[in-house]
Every structure is written in C-alpha cells, then in structure tokens.
Design a protein. Structure first.
Length: 304
C-alpha cells in the first residue's frame, strides 16, 4: 500500500486527510503546533491534529519543520501530500519520497499563489476559482501542475462557503490524481511565470473597507473576509465590523462613505460611482453581532 506523509493544518485540510487515510497508509501527519485561542487563551490543537489523534495517526508538530526532516525521511514514505500546512518545506524533504511531494492549492495556478487565494478570488470578483494539484518546489506555489478543477463562486458565497466547496473539490481531485501519478499517466504542466499573481496573507490594513470603490467591490470585500478576518470601517474612532451586505439598485449623489438616512431601518452607505450598499449584519466596537436595523434603532445615534 502507498505510504503517505500528510501535511496540513486548518479545517480545509481535514476531508483531504480523511480520504487519504481511508485509501492509503498515512505514516505521519505533520501540522502546526497547538496555539492559544480566544480571550481565555485556551491551548487548542489544529483541526488536522484533532482528526489524526482520533484516528490513531502519528502526529508531528515541529515549530520548524526542518527539525523533523531526518525523522520524516526515515519513515520511507512514497509520497508527501500537503494542503494548507503553513510552513516552508525544503527540497531535502520534498524530493525524498519516490513520487516526491504534491500540494493541493485553492486556486487555478499560476493565479493567486500564496496563503490567501480564496479570500483574494472573492475580493477580486472572480466568477470562478478552483483547485490545482502541483508538485512542491522551493519557490512558493510555482511547481508543475498535475491536475486542476474549476469551481464557481456564487454571489451567495463568502469565504467560509468557498473553503468548504474547495476542500471537497481538492479531496476529489487529489484522489483522482494520485493513481494517475503512480501509473505515470500525467504530463505535468509548467506554469507560465508571466501570468503569475499573488494572494499573500491578509494585513490589518487590507481589512479596512474603501467606500470610494463601487458598491459591488465593497460587497465582494465584505464576503471575502467573512467569517475571518472580517472587514470593517471606522465611525468616529470606533470599528464597525461588517459580516453581510447587499448592493442596492439605486444611485446617490452623496460623497462615498456617507450614511444614507432616507430609508427607515436600513443602513445604507454611499459608495464610489454613485452606487449604494446596504449593510445587513454588523458588530460595533464592544457590542455583539447584530442586525443593522437594530443598530439604527439603538446605537447609531451616538455617531451622528
């Protein structure tokens, strides 16, 4: 039976690990160290570790993966599979198995290399994204592509729903790809470097909504960052996080960022190009998540 080392960390990776565990011999699971989570700083294992422990799989959690290179190489794995692991892995380990190392990346490479491809594809208003299975190389997400699948982004999708869709798509594509790889039936496709774009990890500055953009762009930004890290705007020094919104079919002459008060119980804001967005679910500083209409009837007064 094919021996596999799996590397992954978030919930996205769990269906992929589950499928591998049912079909092949997973000789090691490598994931990020436990982290303190929440206001009470509770030490919490990654979703991948939780799965591995519940299925009696050997777990490695190095602070730096190179500390375990020799131990992992000595396991004699035939293939390494990674999916949102979160650390740079050197070629000493990547090239050690018979079939090398492959990665499940949540974009249609060479577009959106990096750590936040799902967020960025939604934020950019893409109609489609997808999954690429590629060889792991020293350069980030630059390896030859073995297989891809397209996945549609609906207007009703946010980052959370696309994570779920792409996780299942990655699982199915991987399980289709591995037998073809082993049988030598895949001709890897080199990426066109001239078409490469990047989706780096999200900075604090990128969370801030820009109402100078069109309402459609603001709408995409909001759903791209839901359920995390959540986009926000500032109102008299307070942060107003925004979870859900809709684009309103009307225009305005008000300056972008102006709160429009002509509609009772609806929190609408002027955006660029004369467009309007309605905020549906928000969280003002120090408050619980609430419907925008409740904010209008209660807390909005303080900001006007």
């Amino acid at each position: 039976m094919l021996k596999i080392i799996f590397m992954g960390t978030p919930e996205f990776s769990v269906p992929i690990l589950d499928a591998l565990n049912k079909e092949y011999e997973v000789v090691a699971v490598v994931t990020q160290p436990d982290k303190e989570v929440g206001r009470h700083r509770v030490l919490t294992s990654s979703p991948v570790k939780q799965y591995a422990v519940s299925h009696n799989l050997p777990v490695y959690q190095p602070e730096h993966i190179k500390e375990e290179y020799d131990n992992l190489i000595n396991l004699g794995a035939d293939l390494i599979v990674t999916a949102a692991y979160g650390q740079f892995v050197g070629t000493k380990l990547l090239y050690s198995p018979k079939y090398k190392a492959i990665n499940c990346h949540a974009s249609l490479l060479p577009k959106y290399r990096g750590g936040a491809p799902i967020h960025q594809s939604i934020k950019d208003g893409c109609e489609y994204t997808g999954v690429s299975i590629m060889y792991m190389e020293k350069k980030m997400d630059a390896g030859d592509v073995l297989n891809t699948v397209k996945v549609k982004i609906e207007d009703t999708d946010n980052c959370g729903t696309m994570f779920e869709k792409l996780s299942i798509a990655a699982r199915d594509l991987l399980m289709e790809t591995i037998p073809l790889l082993i049988e030598g039936k895949i001709n890897p496709l080199k990426q066109d470097e001239s078409e490469a774009t990047f989706a780096y990890n999200i900075t604090n500055e990128e969370k801030v909504l820009n109402f100078n953009l069109s309402a459609r762009s603001v709408f995409n930004h909001i759903r791209a960052y839901n359920p995390a890290p959540i986009a926000y705007f500032e109102l008299k020094g307070d942060q107003i996080k925004v979870f859900d919104s809709i684009v309103v079919d009307e225009t305005t002459n008000e300056a972008p960022g102006t709160i429009l008060l002509h509609r009772k119980n609806r929190l609408m804001i002027a955006c660029g190009e004369g467009t309007v967005i309605e905020l549906l679910t928000i969280q003002p500083t120090g408050k619980k998540v609430m419907q925008a209409r409740d904010f209008i009837n209660g807390g909005l007064r303080k900001y006007l």
